[in-house]
Design a binder for this molecule. Structure first.
Ligand code: NAP
Length: 481
C-alpha cells in the first residue's frame, strides 16, 4: 500500500516523549505512513523567528495536509505570537474537536457513568481574534468577532460529526441570553442548520448551565458545539471528568488541513523525566488515522491502549502514583497488546466525516434595506455624567442628531435613572440618534458633530448604529428604553 506522509512536529517540553511514543505505536501497528519531521515552537523562537513556525514547516503541512503535533511553548522574550495560534489561523482549522470518553481502568469520581461525548469548539473567531485596544489609560477593550460564516461552518461540522459517529443529540452551548448578537448568532445559525439534520436532536443550552450539567449529569451529553472561549473552558472541565489532561485528545480540523494534538501543554515540570503519560497523544493519533481513512489501524491502536489501561496494572504516574511505569514501559506494553481486544469497550461507528461545503468566496450577507439610525461616540472624560450630558446636549443643538443617552460600563447614566449611582470610569458611550426617525444618517452630519465634540472632549471611537431589514444591529444599554 502506498505510504501516506504525515508532518510530525515533536514540540516542546514533554512533546518529543509523547509524540515519540505515538510514532512507535503507529509504526508497530503496521499503518502505511511515513513522517516528515518539522520544527515549531521554542526552538524556532530561539533561532530568532518571531512567528515560531518556519516556512519549511508551513510548506510541509500544506503538502501533507495532516500533522501530528506536540505542545508548543511561547517563550517570553523571544516572540510575542503563539505558534499554536499562528498554525491554527494560517490553515483555518476552524473546528477544535475534543472527544471525552470514560476509559475502563481509569478511576475517577465519575467512573461508571458512561461519559462519552465530543466537544466541538469554534477555533478561530471570538475573543481569540486578538483585536484589543486600550481605549483610555485605564479601560481596555477586546472585540468579540463572531461571523455567520464561522457559525455555519462549526454548526454543520458538529452535525456531520454526529452523523458520522451515529450520535443522536447535539447541544449548542452559548451565552446568548447576555451577548445577544455575538453568542446569539451561533444559536440562531445552529437552529437554522439543525433543520438539515432532522434525524439528530438539536438543543440549545446556556453555557453556565452546560458547565453545571456537565458535572451533575455528564452522561446526558453527546455532542456539544460552542464558541471559542466557552469551548476552551468546558473542554478542559470535561476532560477532568474522565481522568484529566494526560488522556485528553484533540484535533484541529480545517477544509484542507487537519492537525492532531493532545489537549495538554508542554508540562515543563515533568519534561525529560520519562514519566509523562502519552495516552492523550496516542488517542489523538487514533483520531488522525481515522481522518486519513486508516480505520483498521486506528481501531487496533485504540483497542490495545484501552486493553493496557483497563486490563493491566501498567499506568504512568498521573494515573497510578503508587506503582507507576515510565513512558517507555507504558508504550512498550501498548505495542505488546496490539491485536488484543479490550473488554467493555466498543469502537464507535466511524464513517468518514463529510466536511461541510461552505462557499470559499468572501461571505457577504445581503439585505434589502439598511439604514444608519445614529452613532455611539465613545468619549474619555473626567466630567461626571450630568456635566458631560449637558455639554453634549448643547454641542448637538443644531445637529441632525440628538443625544439619547450616555452609558458607562454598559449602564445608562444620563439621563440618570431614579436613584441609581453606578460605579463609573472615564469611558463614556454617548448614543446619538437621528431626529428624523425615518431618515438615514449622512456621514457629513456625523463628521460635523464629531468635529464639534472634538473641540471640547476627547473622543476615541465611533460606532454607527445600523438597522438591517428593519432589525436593529445594536444592543441597548442597561436601563435604556
Ligand atoms: P500543561 O503543560 O498542560 O501542564 C499542566 C500540568 O498537567 C503538568 O504540569 C502536569 O502536572 C500535568 N500534565 C499535563 N500533561 C500531562 C501528561 N501527558 N501526563 C502527565 N501529566 C500531565 O499546562 P501549562 O503548564 O499551563 O502549560 C505549559 C506550556 O504549554 C505553556 O507554555 C503553554 O503555553 C503551553 N501549552 C501549549 C499547548 C499546545 O501546544 N496546544 C496547550 C496548552 C499549553 P503535574 O505533573 O504537576 O501533575
Amino acid at each position: 500500500m502506498l505510504k501516506k506522509t504525515i508532518t510530525l512536529i515533536e514540540g516542546d517540553g514533554v512533546g518529543p516523549e509523547v509524540t515519540g511514543a505515538a510514532r512507535r505505536i503507529i509504526e508497530a501497528s503496521g499503518a502505511p505512513v511515513e513522517w516528515e519531521i518539522c520544527l515549531a515552537g521554542a526552538k524556532v523562537f530561539k533561532m530568532g523567528d518571531s512567528s515560531g513556525v518556519p516556512e519549511e514547516t508551513i510548506n510541509s503541512i500544506k503538502r501533507n495536509k495532516v500533522a501530528l503535533k506536540g505542545p508548543l511553548e511561547t517563550p517570553v522574550g523571544f516572540g510575542e505570537k503563539s505558534a499554536n495560534v499562528t498554525i491554527r489561523k494560517l490553515f483555518e482549522t476552524y473546528a477544535n474537536v475534543r472527544p471525552v470518553r470514560e476509559i475502563p481502568g481509569i478511576q475517577t469520581p465519575f467512573s461508571g457513568r458512561h461519559i462519552d461525548m465530543v466537544i466541538v469548539r469554534e477555533n478561530v473567531e471570538d475573543l481569540y481574534a486578538g483585536i484589543e485596544y486600550m481605549q483610555t489609560p485605564g479601560v481596555a477593550q477586546g472585540l468579540k468577532i463572531i461571523t455567520r460564516k464561522g457559525c455555519e461552518k462549526i454548526a454543520r461540522y458538529a452535525f456531520e460529526l454526529a452523523r458520522a459517529e451515529g450520535r443522536k443529540l447535539v447541544h449548542c452551548a452559548t451565552k446568548s441570553n447576555i451577548m445577544k448578537l455575538t453568542e446569539g448568532l451561533l444559536k440562531k445559525t445552529f437552529e437554522e442548520v439543525a433543520k438539515d439534520y432532522p434525524e439528530i436532536e438539536a438543543k440549545h443550552i446556556i453555557i453556565d448551565n452546560c458547565a453545571h450539567q456537565l458535572v451533575i449529569k455528564p452522561e446526558a451529553f453527546d455532542v456539544i458545539v460552542t464558541t471559542n472561549l466557552n469551548g476552551d473552558i468546558i473542554s478542559d472541565l470535561a476532560s477532568g471528568l474522565v481522568g484529566g489532561l494526560g488522556i485528553a485528545p484533540g484535533s484541529n480540523i480545517g477544509d484542507e488541513v487537519a492537525i492532531f494534538e493532545a489537549v495538554h501543554g508542554s508540562a515543563p515540570d515533568i519534561a525529560g523525566k520519562g514519566i509523562v503519560n502519552p495516552t492523550a497523544v496516542i488517542l489523538s493519533s487514533v483520531l488522525m488515522l481515522r481522518h486519513m481513512g486508516l480505520f483498521d489501524y486506528a481501531n487496533k491502536i485504540e483497542e490495545a491502549l484501552v486493553y493496557t489501561l483497563g486490563e493491566t496494572n501498567i499506568k504512568t504516574s498521573d494515573l497510578d502514583p503508587k506503582n507507576p511505569v515510565s513512558t517507555t514501559e507504558f508504550t512498550d506494553e501498548v505495542i505488546k497488546n496490539l491485536g488484543k481486544k479490550a473488554k467493555d469497550w466498543e469502537i464507535r461507528s466511524c464513517k468518514p466525516i463529510k466536511m461541510p461545503v461552505v462557499d470559499k468566496n468572501p461571505d457577504m450577507v445581503k439585505v434589502e434595506n439598511r439604514r444608519v439610525v445614529g452613532a455611539d461616540i465613545f468619549i474619555e472624560s473626567d466630567l461626571d455624567a450630568n456635566a458631560l450630558g449637558k455639554s453634549l446636549d448643547e454641542i448637538s443643538l443644531d445637529s441632525t442628531l440628538s443625544l439619547k443617552m450616555i452609558s458607562n460600563r454598559g449602564v445608562q447614566v444620563y439621563p440618570q435613572i431614579a436613584d441609581q449611582k453606578p460605579d463609573v470610569v472615564d469611558h463614556w458611550r454617548c448614543r446619538f440618534t437621528l431626529d428624523d426617525v425615518k431618515g438615514c444618517l449622512q456621514d457629513i452630519d456625523l463628521a460635523s458633530l464629531m468635529a464639534k465634540i472634538g473641540t471640547a472632549h476627547r473622543w476615541m471611537h465611533v460606532e454607527k448604529l445600523k438597522e438591517f431589514d428593519g432589525h436593529s444591529g445594536f444592543t441597548k444599554a442597561q436601563g435604556e428604553n
